[in-house]
Design a protein around this ligand. Sequence first.
Ligand code: HEC
Length: 97
Amino acid sequence: MKNPVAAAPGSLAAGKRSYQRLCEKCHGPEGHGDGTAVTEKQPPDLTDATWEFGSTDGELFAAVHDGTSPDMEGYKERMTDTEIWNVVNYVRSLASK
Ligand code: HEC
């Protein structure tokens, strides 16, 4: 699956808003997995080079769209595809900091 949304400033800004609303509580403000709502499983660091569920944009999209396990549920009911691509672009920008 190819990312149809360019990682332009508008996409990153929209992705950041979604991330802060939906993801930060587990994945932490900078993506290190140090959010406050972490229950059972420690979320993986989104800024390192290790991707348990695949490293391509399409695989990141699938992890967010469908979820990976009961520890990380999917967002397809709560986010549009475009919103998910924006958040994928934003997560990538965290990794490159
Ligand atoms: C309830 C806490 C929680 C929330 C909220 C959450 N995640 Fe996760 N996330 C996790 C956990 C835990 C894992 C590891 C899941 C596993 O091992 O099955 C994970 C895994 C991931 C992965 C795969 C990482 C890898 O190494 O392959 C990505 C990408 C991801 N989350 C992105 C997001 C995004 C984007 C959002 C917001 C739309 C989000 N997550 C919301 C807890 C959460």
